[in-house]
Write a protein of this length. Structure first.
Length: 468
């Protein structure tokens, strides 16, 4: 998925990558107490912005939609779509020109809407989507996505968008019995612990957001017991992370014959939850992962219900399932955001594919989909045997990289194949290599290419293993 996320594209991860590369390198060199202090300060800032009074208003409103019928939910969604379109036409020369002649002002606007051209990331990389300066009261922050293809996109995000996103996620978590005060162990892709550190603690605290961040880069068969002991010492009942990372954690524990008790919730996001990951995680922790789909652009969110089925959150954005040519029964998720006035996206292509599922009897009215595809990723193997996945973090903020692919050879060396944007400079290369070296202690070199080969569905494989 354009997957990713406030990374998130979609996960409650400490956003250290908001820092500049230099600041991050500085963070890596500071003593432990200062790193925990930095994580706490950052956590407090995140909590202030994300969980202000308006967040609770949004959460209450979204929870009140849970009892709506499918028809009522559809009407609500169409009415918000109408407002989003009217806003774009009034405030964006980009959309006025793009939609010129489509007759969106007329009674039959909705019939015209489905004929509007689809929008993709390449078309908006350089575009200004709003006329004039952004009003201060929108409290705009910068967010970013990397995507599995490595195409970075940096864009403005209003506080309202952020609050509705988190309210949507918390509505789904609360459905599953979680509370806002529950402490969360996070296993994500960010480098919160320097690679030069070879002993515990492989975690950092963010008390304001009730999170403990664990480093995936230090997780291997020798360190896994340190992780387990810490989880137990902290009495962690909720683990959140990328499915690929939690599957590695689960696999390492099972290899040692350990099944963990006391964990009540495992939530996953940012990557497709694969069947074998689901199995191995539930085997190690005695509970099935609960999953959701989202992306930093905020044009679609899909949450798992108590029956373990995926429901579209119809009040979060206007989601269209557009048939994929030549693939019967497969649809692309295309979405229009409702809450981000600083960056309206209309009929935006996520590149992520789904099938339509049969109805669910859980009581939620949102459409049911299955087999969300687009976030499937492979990892690279480090010399100590650790499998490292979720490497798209390396390309976060690399807006002058058009496409990227990682090739690992049998001698473990890494080649980064990069398609440069015209304005790519040696500074970008330096930044890219710094990001890589922070995470991977293997020989790495960059090869610049004009384009990367694509599959029949137009997708890029992000990681490839080659025998040499
Ligand atoms: Zn359901």
């Amino acid at each position: 998925m354009a997957h990713l996320n406030l990374t998130q594209v979609g996960t409650p991860i400490l956003n250290l990558s908001n820092m500049t590369s230099k600041l991050e390198i500085f963070y890596q060199k500071t003593p432990l107490w200062m790193q925990n202090l930095a994580a706490n300060v950052k956590g407090r800032l995140v909590a202030c912005r994300r969980y202000s009074r308006d967040f609770y208003v949004a959460l209450k409103e979204l929870q009140s939609h849970e009892s709506l019928t499918a028809f009522e939910l559809e009407q609500l969604s169409i009415s918000r779509l109408k407002s989003a379109l009217a806003f774009a036409l009034a405030n964006s020369d980009f959309y006025r020109q793009r939609f010129h002649g489509f007759g969106l002002q007329h009674e039959d606007w909705f019939e015209q809407f489905v004929n509007l051209p689809l929008l993709d990331k390449m078309q908006i990389r350089e575009a200004s989507l709003i006329d004039g300066p952004l009003p201060g009261e929108w409290k705009v922050a910068t967010t970013h996505t990397s995507g599995t293809t490595g195409q970075g996109l940096v864009f403005p995000c209003t506080q309202k968008q952020e609050q509705y996103t988190w309210a949507t996620w918390w509505r789904y978590r609360i459905r599953h019995g979680l509370s806002l005060n529950e402490r969360c162990a996070v296993f994500g892709g960010r480098s919160v612990v320097p690679l030069s550190q070879h002993k515990p603690p492989y975690w950092r605290y963010s008390n304001a957001t009730h999170q403990v961040f664990y480093s995936m880069y230090h997780l291997n068969c020798e360190t896994v017991i340190d992780y387990l002991e810490h989880l137990q010492r902290e009495k962690i009942r909720w683990i959140h992370g990328y499915p690929s990372v939690l599957a590695i954690l689960a696999g390492l524990l099972l290899d040692k014959g350990i099944k963990v008790s006391g964990v009540q919730w495992i939530t996953t996001g940012a990557e497709s939850l694969l069947e074998h990951q689901n199995d191995i995680i539930s085997k190690a922790f005695g509970t099935f992962p609960i999953d959701h789909y989202g992306q930093a652009e905020g044009v679609a969110n899909i949450s798992m219900c108590k029956n373990r089925r995926y429901h579209i959150d119809e009040d979060y954005s206007f989601v269209e399932l557009v048939p994929v040519m030549g693939r019967a029964g497969i649809f692309e998720i295309v979405g229009t955001n409702f809450y981000n006035n600083a960056y309206p996206l209309i009929r935006y292509r996520t590149g992520d594919l789904v099938k339509v599922g049969p109805p669910c009897d859980c009581g939620l009215a949102g459409r049911v989909v299955e087999d969300i595809d687009g976030r499937k990723e492979e990892g690279i193997r480090l010399s100590n045997g650790t499998i490292l996945s979720r490497l798209d973090h390396i390309f976060k903020d690399m807006t002058r990289v058009l496409e990227a692919q990682i090739i690992q050879r049998s001698d473990l060396s890494i080649q980064l194949r990069i398609v440069k944007a015209n304005d790519y400079t040696s500074e970008d290369e330096y930044k890219l290599l710094s990001e890589v070296k922070m995470r991977i202690h293997l020989p790495v070199h960059i090869k610049y290419v004009a384009k990367l080969p694509r599959s029949s569905t137009g997708k890029l494989r992000f990681v490839i293993h080659e025998e040499f």
